[in-house]
Design a protein around this ligand. Structure first.
Ligand SMILES: C[S@@+](CC[C@H](N)C(=O)[O-])C[C@H]1O[C@@H](n2cnc3c(N)ncnc32)[C@H](O)[C@@H]1O
Length: 209
C-alpha cells in the first residue's frame, strides 16, 4: 500500500507497505488476465487507450483507500465504447463491524458519495433488493454490489426507442432512425444502444428502409 493521504483513507486500518506481494509468482499463475502494476492514479489514465478493452461490464474495487478509489473512478471517464451502460461494481471495503467503522464520511463510501455529487452523467448506486434475488451471493455482497449507470445511455431507451418495437427475431426497429443517427451517429452511441437493448441487434435506416 502507498501511505494514506489523510483520515479519509482510514489510516487506523491501513498503512504504507501492507499487502506485500511477489509479482513474478503472481504473474506466473495468471492464465486469462494481465497484471498492470503502478499507482492507479497513473495506470488508469491510459488503460483504455493502451489496452483497448471490450466494453467493461464489471469492476471490483479493492483499493481500500478513499483517495485510491477516487483515482480509480477515472475509469468512468473512458470513451463510451469501453463502458456498458450499466456496469456491475463490487466494493470490498464498506461492510464490517465497529472495528472497521465504515461510514459515509471516509473510505469507499465517501468516494462514492463524492463521485455521485460531482458527476451528472454517471451514477453509482447500490442494487436494490439483492437480498431477495441474490441467494447465491455471499450475504455481505448484498450491500457491496453497486451499479454504475450511465444516465445518458439509459436515457436512450425512453427517448429514442419509445413506441418502437422489437421484431420476432429480437431486432429493435427504430421509429425515427434518421433522426436518431443524425443526433447520435458516432459509433460510441451505436455501441451503447446495442448494449442498452440487451444484445438485440439495432436495425439501421438501411434495414428499415
Ligand atoms: C487489500 S489489497 C487487495 C488486493 C487484491 N484485490 C487482493 O484481494 O488480493 C489492496 C491493494 O490496493 C493497492 N492500492 C491501494 N492504493 C493504491 C494506489 N493508489 N495505486 C495502486 N495500488 C493501490 C495496494 O497496493 C493493495 O495491493
Amino acid at each position: 500500500m502507498p501511505p494514506p493521504v489523510d483520515y479519509r483513507d482510514l489510516p487506523y486500518l491501513w498503512q504504507a507497505g501492507y499487502f506485500a506481494m511477489e509479482p513474478d509468482k503472481l504473474k506466473s499463475r495468471l492464465r486469462s488476465s494481465k497484471l498492470m502494476l503502478g499507482p492507479v492514479e497513473e495506470t488508469i489514465q491510459h488503460f483504455c487507450s493502451q489496452e483497448n478493452p471490450p466494453p467493461i461490464g464489471f469492476i471490483s474495487f479493492d483499493l481500500d483507500y478513499y483517495s485510491s478509489t477516487m483515482a480509480a473512478f477515472k475509469i468512468f471517464a473512458a470513451a463510451p465504447r469501453h463502458l456498458l451502460p450499466r456496469i456491475a461494481c463490487y466494493f470490498d471495503d464498506m461492510v464490517g463491524d465497529i472495528d472497521w467503522a465504515y461510514n459515509d464520511f471516509t473510505g469507499e463510501l465517501l468516494a462514492i458519495r463524492e463521485f455521485n455529487a460531482a458527476n451528472d452523467d454517471m451514477k453509482l448506486a447500490p442494487v436494490q433488493g439483492l437480498r431477495f434475488y441474490g441467494s447465491r451471493l455471499p450475504r455481505a455482497w448484498h450491500e457491496q454490489i453497486f451499479v454504475a449507470q450511465s444516465v445518458q445511455a439509459s436515457g436512450l431507451l425512453p427517448t429514442d426507442l419509445r413506441s418502437d418495437r422489437v421484431t420476432p427475431r429480437g431486432g429493435v426497429v427504430l421509429r425515427r432512425p434518421r433522426e436518431f443517427l443524425a443526433n447520435r451517429c458516432p459509433q460510441d452511441q451505436a455501441n451503447r444502444l446495442r448494449m442498452a437493448t440487451h444484445g438485440h441487434s439495432v436495425l439501421t435506416p438501411a434495414h428499415v428502409g
